[in-house]
Design a protein around this ligand. Structure first.
Ligand SMILES: [Zn+2]
Length: 287
């Protein structure tokens, strides 16, 4: 049994059971041979791709500025000191992963990064923190303005998370339950087994809201370069740890290039001009 059929069969095991003890077929449950691991078929026009690229580059740019290194590791310290003379890097506070939360009007709500090491808490991932930040901000507005509409199951509908690395199981679940509409990511994480795709494909027929639509940012130049660099890193260092790669000098260099590209970005599609201006101002005032 291949992986797709296996998961399909597993899904059927959770079908509701009628009073006669028979499984009740539901239209929202995926068929046994459905391609649950596949990327959704998306028809993104150039304007949408450019908007996604702007936000991904913004997330990468802030992540580069906030880049943390293992200062207790002499080899790391020496390598970064040689590559970036004069720059003072932060102590490593968590994996170099950052996420932007953007509302349905394409306004940036917040940027958060992974702080799991600093807080000694595996739940402190960038996407999870961004969702929690967004919910807190909206709840504060809600109570301040006496606006009782918009419960937690609907307040983040229409929102998008832009994140530098494909989301893990925990964050995919958090974004699903928060009803985030879309998650756009800059790099594949082969260790996560396409969990975002699986959730989306399993629940895409569910009403009112399925799991977030996963969008691979393959239209960003650095997407394939990050993939190639990680593949080489895995061979050279005999590891499949993508988070270790994200503490490497090679990864830092690629994020630096995205930081520079973001700062010099030339917008092609007119509606994205204010999107870029807003993202640029946010990035410059955030840190
Ligand atoms: Zn996560």
């Amino acid at each position: 049994m291949n992986r797709r059929r296996f998961l399909g069969a597993c899904t059927c095991a959770f079908l509701p059971v009628s009073s006669e003890g028979n499984a009740v077929p539901l239209g929202c449950v995926i068929a046994n041979d459905a391609p649950v691991f596949d990327d959704p078929t998306l028809d993104l026009n150039e304007e949408v791709k450019e908007r996604h690229e702007i936000f991904l580059l913004c997330a990468a740019s802030i992540t580069f500025v906030a880049w943390g290194i293992h200062k207790s590791n002499p080899a790391d310290r020496a390598a970064y000191a040689e590559a970036y003379p004069g720059r003072s890097f932060r102590e490593y506070q968590g994996h170099n992963i950052g996420s932007l939360l953007v509302n349905g009007r394409n306004e940036i709500v917040c940027y958060e990064r992974n702080l799991a090491s600093m807080l000694n808490d595996s739940t402190q991932h960038a996407e999870a923190r961004a969702v929690q930040h967004g919910i807190k901000a909206l709840n504060a507005d809600r109570y301040r303005e006496g606006n009782q509409t918009g419960g937690y199951s609907e307040m983040l509908q229409g929102y998008t998370v832009y994140t530098t690395l494909e989301s893990c199981t925990q964050c995919s679940g958090i974004m699903d339950l928060a009803n985030i509409t879309r998650v756009v990511y800059l790099q594949d994480d082969c260790g996560q087994q396409k969990i975002g795709n699986v959730l989306f494909n399993l629940f895409k027929y569910q009403w009112p809201a399925g799991a977030p639509e996963p969008v691979r940012g393959h239209f960003v130049t650095e997407f394939s370069e990050l993939a190639s660099a990680f593949a080489q890193y895995a061979i050279d260092s005999n590891t499949r740890s993508i988070t270790s790669f994200l503490s490497s000098l090679k990864a830092c260099r690629l994020f630096e290039r995205m930081h520079e590209r973001f700062n010099a970005y030339l917008v092609k599609s007119f509606p994205n001009k204010w999107v870029y201006e807003q993202a640029r101002e946010y990035a410059h005032t955030h840190l």
